[in-house]
Ligand binder design. Sequence first.
Ligand code: PSU
Ligand code: MN
Length: 305
Amino acid sequence: MTSHGLDVSPAVQSAVQDGRPVLALESTIFTHGLPGPRNVEVALEAEERVRALGVTPATIGVVDGRPTVGLSPDQIVRLSESEGVVKASLRDVPVVAAKRLSAGTTVAATAHLAHLAGLRVFSTGGLGGVHRGAQQTFDESADLGTLAALPMIVVSAGVKSILDIPLTLERLETLNLAVVGYRTTDYPGFYIADSGHDLEYSVDSPDEIARIAGVRDELGISSTLLVANPVGSHLQLDRALHDDVLARALAAAEAEGVSGHDTTPFLLDYMQRATDGRSLDVNVAVYRGNVELGARIAIALAELA
Ligand code: PSU
Ligand code: MN
């Protein structure tokens, strides 16, 4: 079905109408976050995991100018493999749509399109945040401001340590973005289970998360609830390797003058190459965990309704 300039797949449309659980998934993770051929495998496997739990997956992106909620497997493959697929944050979506381009959507763009289609929960890998040096560069991801204005639930493994984590946490507070740790008060650092920064609250179950979102909605609070889900500590990146490679990635970005929306993909790619793909394995493990938790939250939301 088509409305608001948005294509929603029949499967997603009927699940929303019937109040069945649906989980939104982003596409920048496979268009710009992960290298091929792993990107396609991860994206398709995520959908299979969601379906196995009885939840309808809704991968979101822009195909030939059509913002789409519920990409088909063919469309996922095309976005993963085609040249010229751009990275679209929310402000870019109308531009790429009018130009009939294809795009991976960031967390900001995905969350907006998901909300428009009536979805309530969304799983990603890592959230965008405040970049290091933002005091000078003003480089703060549009993810933050956008999520501040959308009543979604977003599951991530925190923000990567390529960002400035304490400044990001400050901005989340300013923007009324609640962050709860899943079974922990240690804020995760994506590749590592504990970033060294603490959260005030932990939650124990998908049901508790659904209840928090329910109260938020009743009170007319329209900001996203962020669920920080750490990677299992047996799967995390070795701490010393992490710190070493991170320092080199940041130095390389500075030396090469990388800026703007190229910064995140550049740093992620550097980390992958400099760790011989180990950061990639962690990235995939993180994403699996978030997809599974997101699906369970979608079930809890449907049961509560
Ligand atoms: N963090 C990751 N992997 C990613 C991204 C962030 O660990 O793939 C992507 C997400 O789509 C996020 C976007 O929304 O990068 C943020 O980019 P920017 O900093 O340009 O807003
Ligand atoms: Mn940015």
